[in-house]
Ligand binder design. Structure first.
Ligand code: UDP
Length: 366
């Protein structure tokens, strides 16, 4: 098979790391990086630390509004996919998750008549105000093959009439986590100690959803939640996403947050450092999809700064609480007891191999 994979941002590099290696053992992959994230901290460090092959084509299409960015991607990806087909048959376009890159690659594949396979299909927050939700729905409905991580995703797609295209492969992020978390645990004592953090003695936070940082009132509420949860005795470490950093500066909130007792702002960190911060944390506050699940896999209680989640199993299992931007609810959620059970909800770490097997069955294979 010859597969054109299109990725563009941080969570997609993590997911592609699980699939590219087994795919390339038997097949050809053309890897296109749209550059939705293109700096070292959000891109190159992921390729280095997760052993991802270098992209065959690396564009610089980050920045701008969602629509302007997607429009630029459409033009560039149409040309690149056309060129890839001129070099030889393309059996499928492979996309991940729910970003502008996912949406643009899906529309281009559909328009050029190339079959589309979607990894992490079927996730739904049922909140169409989120660009991610719109991207997922469009991508799923244009796909030939829907590779889902959970039975919840299968049920969502079946309700939308897409059940016959679904293959439950398990979660590709689990594959990566099973490699990275043991390394993180090994280095955690020394790494955290060098940063004056005690294992189990601090909180880790991330926040970058448009719904939380683009609106000044919501952003102010977010700052309030982080301030309320941090104390000098239990500091809160926040690797700041560039979008959030820009909004904090724009609205004059960066200094306030920096000055809050116990709050420690960092630049975004690479995947190994992030995993190290995660496995040592007493709790996680986040609006990220991936981080909610990684916290579950690490056995760290999570507080989600949204009122919906796609990873509903983490909530049902008692490891995740949705508090939106309610500071009191966040503090209470952090102090709750940890559940005794943590069932294996997200696969066995071999999802990448199952993705390749499903592609082979669907598109011809070796
Ligand atoms: N991550 C990281 N460094 C950071 C913050 C996050 O390596 O400073 C990783 C995290 O482990 C997860 C992914 O980035 O694998 C999540 O990305 P993000 O929150 O940007 O995307 P989402 O999951 O919300 O789509």
């Amino acid at each position: 098979m010859r597969i054109v994979t299109v990725v563009g941002n941080r969570p997609q590099f993590v997911k592609a790391a699980a699939v590219s290696r087994p795919l390339r053992e038997r097949h050809d992959e053309v890897l296109i990086h749209t550059g939705q994230h293109h700096d070292d901290a959000l891109s190159a460090v992921f390729f280095r630390e997760l052993d991802l092959p270098a992209p065959d084509h690396e564009l610089r299409l980050g920045g701008g509004t969602n629509l302007a960015q997607t429009a630029r991607m459409l033009t560039e990806l149409e040309a690149l996919l056309g060129a890839a087909r001129a070099d030889g048959p393309v059996d499928a376009v492979l996309v991940y998750g729910d970003t502008n890159t996912t949406l643009a690659a899906s529309l281009v594949a559909a328009d050029l008549g190339v079959p589309l396979a979607h990894v992490e299909a079927g996730m739904r927050s049922f909140d169409r105000r989120m660009p991610e939700e719109r991207n997922r729905v469009v991508c799923d409905h244009l796909s030939t093959l829907l590779l889902v991580p959970t039975p919840t995703a299968t049920a969502n797609l079946t309700r939308e009439g897409l059940g016959d295209k679904v293959v439950d492969v398990g979660d590709v992020v689990t594959d990566v986590t099973l490699h990275v978390h043991p390394r993180a645990r090994e280095r955690a004592g020394a790494w955290l100690g060098a940063r004056d953090l005690a294992p189990g003695g601090y909180l880790l936070a991330t926040a970058h959803r448009a719904g939380n940082v683009d609106d000044p009132a919501r952003l102010t509420a977010l700052v309030g939640v982080l301030e309320a949860c941090a104390t000098p005795e239990r500091p809160l470490v926040l690797p700041v996403h560039p979008r959030t950093a820009a909004r904090l500066r724009e609205h004059g909130l960066e200094e306030r947050l920096r000055a809050a007792p116990g709050v420690r702002l960092l630049d975004p960190v690479g995947p190994l450092d992030f995993a190290t911060l995660l496995v040592g944390a007493a709790g996680v506050l986040t609006d990220s999809g991936g981080v909610q699940k990684e916290a579950y896999l690490a056995g760290v209680p999570c507080v989600t700064l949204r009122d919906t989640t796609e990873w509903t199993e983490t909530v049902d299992a008692g490891w995740n609480v949705l508090v939106d931007l309610d500071a009191g609810a966040a503090r209470a959620a952090l102090d709750r007891p940890v559940p005794a059970e943590r069932p294996p909800l997200y696969g066995d770490g071999r999802a990448g191999e199952r993705v390749v097997a499903a592609l082979e069955r669907a598109f011809g294979g070796a």
